[in-house]
Design a protein around this ligand. Structure first.
Ligand code: AMP
Length: 206
């Protein structure tokens, strides 16, 4: 969990690679649908470009379908889902006997978030995240462009939406023994190390 710019995508990717488990990002699935899945594209594009949340049923459907695939049996990382209480409740049902769901909240002050989102770039070719100091994508050499929803007005809307819709889920999970929060205002490596220890402290205790 964490607001836009907290580093969820980067950390989820690192963690999933290090544990060799799939990373499920609803934002990535929705972005990939652009130009490929006409129906999904039609339903999600305008909402995403405005910085608002797409329909609960749509994203729950994406996650339900993905969790039915065999490669998630060993475990998985969810990135950007759940984002509403409705989605969090649906996830509990979907997981059923696959608990514990380890929830890690990445905490970052708002000034840092705004600065990160202002300088965030993404490869136009392969979607790898980067910052404005790089000129080309380190993964594939493709051109780096701002994400279409990182425009300042949209960013402010996304932060507002986070506070309204998603921050209450942190409170929903905080009471559980499998909840941890980490300081996201540190070097990427330190955040990654803290997330690893946080997850180990939940799973190790079992
Ligand atoms: P992200 O890449 O996770 O920041 O997601 C980008 C955009 O996709 C969000 O601003 C939403 O418009 C949409 N989106 C991604 N995940 C969800 C979700 N779980 N619920 C609703 N909308 C989502």
């Amino acid at each position: 969990m964490g607001p836009p710019g907290a580093g969820k995508g980067t950390q989820a990717d690192r963690f999933a690679r290090s544990r060799q488990v799939p990373r499920i990002s609803t934002g990535d699935v929705l972005r990939q649908a652009r130009g490929q899945d006409a129906e999904l594209d039609r339903q999600a594009r305008a909402t995403m470009d405005a910085g608002r949340l797409v329909d609960d049923d749509l994203v729950i459907g994406i996650v339900r379908k993905r969790l039915a695939e065999p490669d998630v049996k060993v475990g998985f990382v969810l990135d950007g889902f759940p984002r509403t209480l409705n989605q969090a409740e649906a996830l509990d049902h979907l997981l059923d006997d696959r608990q514990p769901l380890v929830v890690v909240d990445i905490e970052v002050p708002e000034e840092t978030l705004l600065e990160r989102l202002r300088t965030r770039r993404v490869c136009a070719k392969c979607g790898t995240p980067a910052t404005a100091v790089l000129l080309v994508c380190s993964a594939c050499g493709g051109p780096l462009v701002p994400r279409s929803d990182d425009d300042l007005r949209v960013v402010q809307e996304r932060l507002k939406v986070y506070e309204r819709e998603s921050a209450p889920i942190v409170e929903f999970y905080r009471r559980r023994p499998s909840f941890r929060s980490v300081d996201g205002d540190q070097l990427q490596e330190s955040v990654a190390a803290d997330i690893s220890s946080a997850v180990a402290s939940v799973l190790g205790a079992r």
